[in-house]
Each structure stands twice: as structure tokens, then as C-alpha cells.
Design a protein around this ligand. Structure first.
Ligand code: ZN
Length: 441
């Protein structure tokens, strides 16, 4: 299958590039790009009419298990802090999941992503009462829509004695499943919830499994001061000291999500490990939880950018990353959020073994054709102004992943979206009923 995009405004975020021209795709990859390339026999020809054509976006940290959360029952009383938000809301939802509701969460989460031009999801999954097979269930939903995923099961000891070993087993099982089909569609990391819910053996188990499989660890770190406080109470050392002690920071391709309450010394430590460790910044989620702002300016390498489960609109997340940094009095350089999106793409590229986020020969044909025809001059130098202030998912028209159409003219073509959404209402209703049965703790 081959496709020829004619008369596009070719836009790449980092390094920033804006060029009028054509782009040709064959066998899932970009095979030629430039102003003078021509269509070949058998190509499907797509007239872009001068609109922006750009690489699919990557959500650098998300939780699709929350994709059915819109409208779920409120907790019995309002949470008063972050730990209560987890206990009263998210740790009730995750325990109510079955493999069916996990798969439907994957479908609905991926549909939301596709409509925003987000083609790859770096996910951190939890379903404590349906662990075995959960990553394959989640994958089945994402795959039906046509997106890519870098998935993991978050190992934790927060619910019961055998929970961590089951989480590790699921991570190992899924890693082997991904290794058997290296098609660049799905990959994995070793998931870990957070230091404050992980016994010593479990955290060491995550690091050992990651080393054994050649994978990174994907873990929440200092999202709230509770992580550091409970780590000190239980393990007699700080969070980063604990990570150092078990060798977590030396595991290549490790993701530390949030890092909101890191000390200056902690930031120095992660900056020294910037070759191995990537930070995932989630400003919308941090604002929603009222837990504070991650001082991104203290990082020497751009973090990857994630929604932490609040949809997959990376334009909105980039905008909030910029605005919130100003609001917090710690402004990032204008357009720095585009570099964060590029970092998400680089991480996913390394994990999946395909090149994402660029419009270059050999890169994956994950493409978003928009209706965006700039009303003011658009160049590589002022791209951030367009991306942050006038572009958005409302301009996304057609989406291709790996050379296959997933959305055409605003309609999802990989699956029956109306039928899926109708079924999802029923699955969500049953999920909420199970949630009501889950004990508070
Ligand atoms: Zn998270």
C-alpha cells in the first residue's frame, strides 16, 4: 500500500521544520519527502491543498484504565489530599476493572487519542483484580483503533500480599509477547506504581526484571509529598536514595513520572542520569490534583509530556505546560513544550524500534493531515506560536498509523465507533456498579 500526499505544508516539531511540498508513503514508512517528488503508479493520491501535514503525536504518560471515568459516581466524601484522591477515586476504579472493561477502556482511550492526532500512547496500567492478561486486553482495544502503545502493568503492594508478584508476572508475560512480534506496534516497560506502595522485594523485583528483559522501569516519583514521607517512614531513606540503592536510576529508558516534589539535590541527580532517565511532566493532572508545579526549568533535558489519563489532547497539554510555568513564576522558554512532545516521541521510538515524530525518509508513516491552513505566516521560527495559540485537535482531519488509515475526513475507519461507544456505556455502567461494592480501602 502506498500513498502520495500532494501540496502539503510539512510540519515537524523538533527540530522545527516547515516546508511546502509532497510526501510519499509505502510499506508503512515515509519513503520520500520534498517539493519535487512525484506520485508513482498504484499510489493513492491525497490532495492536501496547502494544509498542515505532521507526524502523529505521542502521549508521554497516561492511564487508559481511567478512560471510562467520565461521569463515574462521586466518592462518599470529598478527598482532602492526594492520598485520599487515590484511595477514594482511582484505587476504587482500578479494583473494579475486569478484562472486558480494560479492553473497552483501551478502545475508548485510543479513540479519544486518534481524534486528537495522538497515535502513540505510553501507558501505565492498573487493574488489581484482573491482572493476568490485562496488558493484552488493553492492547486489543488500542490495536482495534489502530494506535501504537508502550504499555506496562504497575507493580504495587497496596492491596494484597501476592499482588506484586502477579504484576511482575504479567509484565514478564507481556514483554515476551511483544518480543515475539517486533512489528513496532506495541512495546513495554516494567511498570511500578510508586515507592510508597512498593515493598523492598517488589521494587528490587521490578529493577531485576527490567535488567533481565532489557527494559526501562516506568514509575511515579514525588507526585505528592506523601511519596517521600512514607518512603522515609518505611525505609529510613529519601525517595531518590531508595532508587539509587536498588539501582533503579541506572536502568536505561526509565521513566520517572511527575517529580513534582523533588529537592534541588534530586534534580541534580536526575540531570546527571539524563542519558538513562526520562521525566514525564503532566501539568494538567498536577493542577487538577492541586499537588503543585514541577519546576521543569531545573531539568537539563526536556521531559516527555503526558496527560496522566486526562484525555490525549497534546495541544492542550503543551499549552498548559507553557501557561502553568508562567503562572508558577518559573517560565520555561517559549515553545519548550514542543521539545517535550519530541522527547515523548523519542522515548516511544526507542521502545518500539521505529522512528516517530519526524517527517523523514525511513520514519514511520504515522501522519496527521489537518485542515489547518495558517492565516498568518508560518515558518520554522514561529511554529510554536501557531502550535500553542491557533492549532488544535479541531483541525485534525485524517490520521494514518504505519501507512494505514485510521481516520478519514473525521470518521474513524478502523472500527465501528458508534457501536463501540454504545457498548461502552453498558460496560461503564457495570464498572460503576462493581465500584460501589469495592471497600473504601
Ligand atoms: Zn500517572
Amino acid at each position: 500500500m502506498s500513498t502520495f500526499f500532494r501540496d502539503a505544508l510539512l510540519v515537524q516539531l523538533d527540530p522545527a521544520r516547515v516546508d511546502a511540498g509532497n510526501l510519499r508513503v509505502a510499506d508503512g514508512r515515509i519513503v520520500n519527502v520534498g517539493p519535487n517528488i512525484v506520485t508513482e503508479p498504484g499510489d493513492e493520491n491525497v490532495e492536501c491543498g496547502g494544509a498542515v501535514l505532521m507526524p502523529g503525536l505521542v502521549n508521554g504518560h497516561t492511564h487508559l484504565y481511567s478512560a471510562l471515568a467520565a461521569g463515574m459516581p462521586a466518592p462518599l466524601r470529598a478527598p482532602r489530599n492526594f492520598h485520599e484522591i487515590l484511595e477514594f477515586v482511582w484505587w476504587r476504579l482500578d479494583r473494579a476493572h475486569t478484562l472486558e472493561s480494560v479492553a473497552v477502556s483501551g478502545l475508548i482511550g485510543a479513540l479519544a487519542a486518534l481524534r486528537c492526532g495522538t497515535t502513540t500512547l505510553i501507558d501505565h496500567h492498573a487493574s488489581p483484580n484482573a491482572i493476568d492478561g490485562s496488558l493484552s486486553a488493553l492492547e486489543s482495544g488500542i490495536a482495534e483503533v489502530g494506535c501504537r502503545g508502550v504499555l506496562c502493568y504497575e507493580v504495587t503492594d497496596r492491596n494484597r500480599r501476592d499482588e506484586a508478584s502477579q504484576g511482575l508476572a504479567e509484565g514478564e508475560r507481556y514483554a515476551k509477547s511483544c518480543a515475539e512480534r517486533p512489528d513496532g506496534r506495541f512495546a513495554t516497560t516494567v511498570g511500578a506504581h510508586a515507592s510508597f506502595t512498593l515493598d523492598e522485594n517488589s521494587l528490587v523485583g521490578c529493577v531485576d526484571l527490567a535488567r533481565q528483559l532489557g527494559l526501562g522501569v516506568h514509575i511515579h516519583a514525588a507526585e505528592d509529598p506523601v511519596d517521600e514521607r512514607i518512603t522515609r517512614e518505611r525505609f529510613g531513606c529519601g525517595l531518590m536514595d531508595r532508587f539509587e540503592r536498588v539501582g533503579l536510576l541506572d536502568v536505561p529508558r526509565t521513566i520517572l513520572a511527575h517529580c513534582t516534589h523533588f529537592s534541588d539535590g534530586d534534580f541534580v541527580a536526575v540531570n546527571e542520569r539524563s542519558d538513562t532517565v526520562s521525566i514525564a511532566h503532566n501539568p494538567s493532572s498536577n493542577m487538577n490534583n492541586g499537588i503543585g508545579y514541577t519546576p521543569v526549568v531545573k531539568l537539563t533535558k526536556p521531559p516527555q509530556l503526558g496527560t496522566d489519563g486526562i484525555g490525549a489532547d497534546m495541544w492542550r497539554e503543551a499549552r498548559i505546560a507553557e501557561f502553568k510555568s508562567h503562572d508558577a513564576g518559573l517560565p520555561i522558554p517559549f515553545g519548550h513544550s514542543l521539545k517535550m512532545l519530541a522527547q515523548s516521541a523519542r522515548f516511544a521510538s526507542n521502545a518500539l524500534g521505529v522512528r516517530l515524530g519526524v517527517l523523514e525518509t525511513g520514519a514511520a508513516a504515522d501522519l496527521v493531515l489537518t485542515n489547518y491552513r495558517p492565516a498568518t505566516p508560518l515558518t520554522a521560527d514561529n511554529l510554536a506560536g501557531h502550535f500553542l495559540f491557533t492549532m488544535g485537535p479541531e483541525f485534525v482531519r485524517d490520521v494514518m498509523v504505519g501507512g494505514w488509515w485510521a481516520m478519514r475526513k473525521g470518521h474513524v475507519v478502523t472500527c465501528d465507533e458508534p457501536a463501540i461507544r454504545a457498548r461502552s456505556v453498558e460496560v461503564a455502567r457495570a464498572l460503576y456498579e462493581r465500584m460501589a461494592e469495592v471497600p473504601r480501602k
